[in-house]
Structure formats: C-alpha cells, structure tokens
Ligand binder design. Structure first.
Ligand code: ADP
Ligand code: MG
Length: 257
C-alpha cells in the first residue's frame, strides 16, 4: 500500500510546490513508484511536470466531485512520476464541496483504489486551510511541512498544527508529521540560523537534516516544465533534493515502505 504524504503550509511561497515536484521526482529517480496529486487550483505542480493545464480533461476536480475515478485522472509524465493534474475548475471546488456528503474525505475515497500501484503518493496542497487542504490532510498518512527561512517563518504554524490536531481527532486518527523542511536556506545569514533554532525548538527531531538552499535553477526549472534533476542535475538545488529523497526513503524504511 502506498504511503500518502501531504505537502502543506497555508503560507504561500514557502516552497511547497518546489518541494512536492522535486522530491517526488528525486524519489522516483531512486527507483520508487511515485504519484503526485496537484491539489492547488494554480496548477504549478501540473505545469512543473510539463503538462499544460488547459489540456487536462480529467483533473483532481472530477475526482473530488465523483465524476471520474482516480484511474481516469492519472497521466504518465515524461519524468517517471505519474500525475493527477489540477485545472482551473478546481478553484470553484471548495464552494461546491461544501454541500456534498463526506466533503472532507472525498480525495481519500478517490485515491484508495490506486494506492497499491505506488510506493509514495505526494499531494501538493494550496496555500490555505480550506476544504481542499482539508481533503489533502484527510487523505494522507503524514504531512511534510516546508518552512521558509525568513523573519515570520513560524507565523501561522500553530494554526497549521491545530488543524492537523483537529483532523487527527475527527477524521484521520493516524495522521503524523512526516518531516519539517527548511527551504531557501542560507547558512551565512544570522537570520537563517535563528529561524533554524526556533524551528528545531518547536519540532525537534522531525526537522530534516537536509536543508534546501536558495538556488536560481530551482526557480527556473518550472518554466521549462521539468523537475530539477532533469533541468539541471548538477545544480545545488538538484543535489539538495537528491539528499532529501535519500533521507526521506531512509526514514520510511523503518515503517517498511
Ligand atoms: P508554494 O508552493 O509554497 O507557494 P513555491 O514552491 O511555488 O511555493 O515557491 C515560491 C517561489 O519561490 C517560486 O517562484 C519558486 O520557484 C521559488 N523557490 C522555491 N524554492 C526555492 C529555492 N530553494 N531557491 C530559489 N527559489 C525557490
Ligand atoms: Mg504551491
């Protein structure tokens, strides 16, 4: 049974999508079967894998509404990772779901039949704590939280942790933190080091040893529609995500994944 990991933080611009795309691709490059689900209406994960949003016929939207099964939404990308894409319809899904039954567990129900085809399923969540993110949290086994090394890094994290606690109480008793990832890391800056200290105080050994440096190649790759290990495998960014993939896989060996 594949393990489902939601990449979540309601703050925008902290590196969720960059991490979901490049960790998924780097884990796949290390021989695992990987599916990525783009749960953000902006569809940056979709375009990050070279898929044109306008061309998407069956997106995660149809899975949430029950119009199509997950198997119909799965696309093989050029990069060893399978994708369930987002498209613009998804931006209205939050409102539409409100009146549906089991509105928070629709993604989980949709993904269940395909879990055994994969080792890992990553979900890229939108920058909010709305019904879409709630579907991501209810569908996952664990949550990976990227944190940008900046002044207000910890702001809003208690809200995220509260939401995860509530999800655990009400919908998903087995949910756990997969890991906390420091992104846009610059070890020369005092500010970065302060943020790292704070984050470690809060999350202890959940913080990944691997950190992701600020690297311009990581920000260029999406416009070429390719994950970093294909766009520039020799870059610092590619190296960092390869290390993260190895750390992630090692952490999951204990659980037998
Ligand atoms: P989120 O999904 O949390 O909103 P993104 O992954 O889209 O965040 O990142 C926000 C912006 O920062 C994007 O333009 C992305 O290319 C850039 N970015 C993310 N991580 C890095 C990094 N390590 N180095 C340089 N730019 C980055
Ligand atoms: Mg994003």
């Amino acid at each position: 049974m594949g393990k489902v990991i939601a990449v979540a933080n309601q703050k925008g611009g902290v590196g969720k999508t960059t991490t979901a795309v490049n960790l998924a691709s780097s884990v796949a490059a290390q021989g695992k079967h990987v599916l990525i689900v783009d749960l953000d209406p902006q569809g940056n994960t979709t375009s990050g894998f070279g898929v044109t949003k306008r061309s998407v016929e069956t997106s995660v939207y149809q899975l949430l509404t029950g119009e199509a099964p997950a198997s119909a939404g799965i696309q093989h990308t050029k990069y060893r990772v399978d994708l369930i894409a987002s498209n613009i319809q998804l931006s209205g899904a939050g409102l539409e779901l409100v009146n549906m039954q089991r509105r928070e567990s629709r993604l989980r129900e949709a993904l269940t039949p395909v879990l055994n085809q994969y080792d890992f399923i990553f979900i890229d969540c939108p920058p909010s704590l709305d019904l879409l993110t709630l579907n991501g949290l209810c569908a996952c086994d664990t949550v990976l939280v990227p944190i940008q090394c900046e002044f207000f890094a910890l702001e809003g994290l208690s809200e995220l942790m509260n939401t995860i606690r509530n999800v655990k109480k009400i919908y998903n008793p087995y949910i756990e933190i997969e890991g906390v990832l420091l992104t846009m890391y610059d070890g020369r800056l005092n500010l970065t080091l302060q943020v790292v200290q704070e984050v470690k105080k809060y999350f202890g050994n959940k913080v990944y040893k691997t950190t992701i440096p600020r690297n311009v190649r990581l920000s260029e790759a999406p416009s070429f529609g390719a994950p970093i290990n294909y766009y520039d495998g020799a870059s610092k960014g590619a190296e960092a995500y390869a290390y993260l993939a190895a750390e992630f896989i090692k952490n999951n060996k204990k659980g037998g994944a």
